[in-house]
Design a protein around this ligand. Structure first.
Ligand code: PLP
Length: 493
């Protein structure tokens, strides 16, 4: 029987290049530690206690807070997930109304369920012809808050998985103008604010609670993250909930990993980020030669008149160059087949495959060899693929592209997620689920934002989307049964 440890060691010795998280990229020249067993302790004398930190762990979180310019910061060892759950619970009371960007990660929905909240969804902007979402418009938020003045908390994801940054300063002003707090899931933005080539962090833009996964875009171990506060008055409540959602035995190895990462940034961030942006710029320049695939970066969005630096129209305030988004929308192949080709032929492992694009995650630990390898592979593949409209103008794919902007379709919410999860359920084949009410979450993983939330009515587009995702080889979480073709719906719905 294959054993996990042996498999991990064997994989690390194969020469796959990681265009995915964790941000340390297994780059031994950038990160190293002694044998982890030698420093694996629990809360022994002199080493503080994460749940009541007043010693070395408090000092570390103060350093984090100084570096990012927050009022207070907390170390997370259970990922951004724990910070998101704690942030939601600390800023609300049961049954409160919250406005939630519909493209939020599932952990946000889990917080809503745990706190029994009433979510009102704000939808990210759809961009015609482009398979990724735009940002959240402040004016839309304002309209919703006028209609729902009793809203307590706004939760948005910025940057999105693909690096789209919303206008946080405006969103915070709107939220505050209506007496609500703004929480930003900045899980993919722990590297923001260190160099002018990258967006600024939501912390400097006035968000109240900001959560960042250190492990995603910086050199740190998986599960490490930070919660930042821009105001002192909810800190007691945050601490209470963090001690519920975080392990009572937090790993000192993980926390030491955060320490190493913060030290690196304190000492060397200008040089590290300057080198990094230079490598990225070279990569994007090489991509100008693509004929069929399209890199969706800031310059492409500017060229298309989609991004104008003011967050207008599509709600895009900035774009993070660290995410390499490659659209295959206008080609004969889908995201999964491109991902497979890169993995099998070029030994490059990407972060995410979606229907119409794939995504590479980069960091200060990526090497020139890594960027050049990806550029060369993409240019080679690009020569061999065909456009979406092939010979005689016949489609080379089975689906109509505009049908698949799934998260952006208003869905009928019949129950709140928490109420839906308390209902009796039955299991039905996906093909017979039309107009039934979902009893569970269904999401593509990654990115992990739900296509269906408990309490939402299943419509035709959702069924089509799930079928296309499955037949394109993508991982759909939440389907059940041996063939993974059944869904849990509310009994009698
Ligand atoms: C946007 C977003 N938020 C939150 C999370 C959860 O972060 P973590 O894995 O650090 O718990 C993820 C994970 O992928 C994410 O993509």
């Amino acid at each position: 029987m294959e054993k996990l440890y042996d498999k991990l060691v064997a994989y690390s010795r194969e020469d796959y290049y990681p265009m995915h998280m964790p941000g340390h990229k297994r780059n031994k020249a950038m990160v190293s530690m002694i044998n982890p067993y030698e420093i694996d302790i629990t809360e022994i004398d002199g080493f503080d206690n994460l749940h009541q930190a007043d010693g070395i762990l408090r000092e570390l979180s103060n350093r984090v807070s100084n570096l990012y310019g927050s009022v207070k910061s907390y170390l997370l060892v259970n990922g951004s997930t724990a910070g998101i759950l704690a942030g939601i619970c600390a800023a609300t009371k049961p049954q409160d109304k919250v406005i939630v960007a519909r493209n939020c990660h599932k952990s946000v929905y889990h917080g809503i369920v745990l706190r029994n909240l009433e979510p009102l969804y704000i939808y990210p902007q759809t961009i015609p012809g482009i398979p990724i979402y735009g940002g959240i418009l402040p004016e839309k938020l304002d309209e919703m808050l006028i209609k729902h003045p009793d809203t307590k908390l706004i939760i948005i994801t910025s940057p999105t998985y693909e690096g789209i940054v919303s206008d946080i300063e405006e969103l915070a002003a709107v939220a505050h103008g209506h007496g609500a707090l703004l929480m930003v899931d900045e899980a993919h933005g722990a590297h923001f604010g260190f160099h002018k080539g990258f967006p600024e962090s939501a912390i400097s833009k006035g968000a109240d609670i900001v959560i960042q996964s250190v492990h995603k875009t910086l050199p740190a171990f998986t599960q490490t993250a930070i919660l930042h506060l821009n105001q002192e008055n909810i800190s007691r409540s945050i601490e209470k909930y963090l001690s519920i959602y975080q392990s009572s035995s937090p790993s000192y190895i993980l926390m030491a990993g955060i320490d190493r990462c913060i030290s690196l940034l304190e000492q060397d961030s200008p040089k590290l980020f300057e080198d990094y942006i230079n490598k990225l710029e070279k990569f994007y320049k090489a991509m100008d030669k693509l004929k069929n695939m399209q890199i969706i970066d800031k310059s492409y969005l500017v060229q298309q008149g989609i991004f104008n630096n003011k967050g207008q129209g599509y709600g895009i305030y900035d774009v993070d160059p660290s995410k390499i988004t490659i659209s295959v929308r206008n080609t004969s192949i889908n995201g999964h087949s491109l991902g497979q080709l890169l993995r099998e032929k070029y030994k490059i492992a990407m972060e995410m495959e979606a229907l119409d694009y794939i995504l590479g995650m980069t960091s200060i630990c990526d090497t020139q060899r890594g960027f050049e390898g990806l550029a060369k592979a993409l240019l080679e593949i690009d020569k061999d693929i065909k456009p979406y409209y092939g010979e005689d103008n016949i489609k080379t794919k089975t689906y109509d592209l505009e049908d698949l902007q799934i998260v952006n379709r208003d869905k009928e919410q019949v129950f709140t997620p928490s109420d839906a999860m308390e209902q009796p359920v039955e299991i039905v084949p996906l093909r017979e689920s039309l107009n039934r009410i979902s009893a569970s979450f269904i999401s593509l993983f990654p990115p992990g934002s739900p296509v269906l939330v408990p309490g939402e009515k299943i419509n035709e587009t959702i069924i089509l989307f799930i079928k296309e995702a499955l037949s394109s080889g993508l991982a759909v979480n939440g389907l059940i049964g041996e063939e993974k073709m059944q869904v849990e719906v509310i009994k009698g719905s």
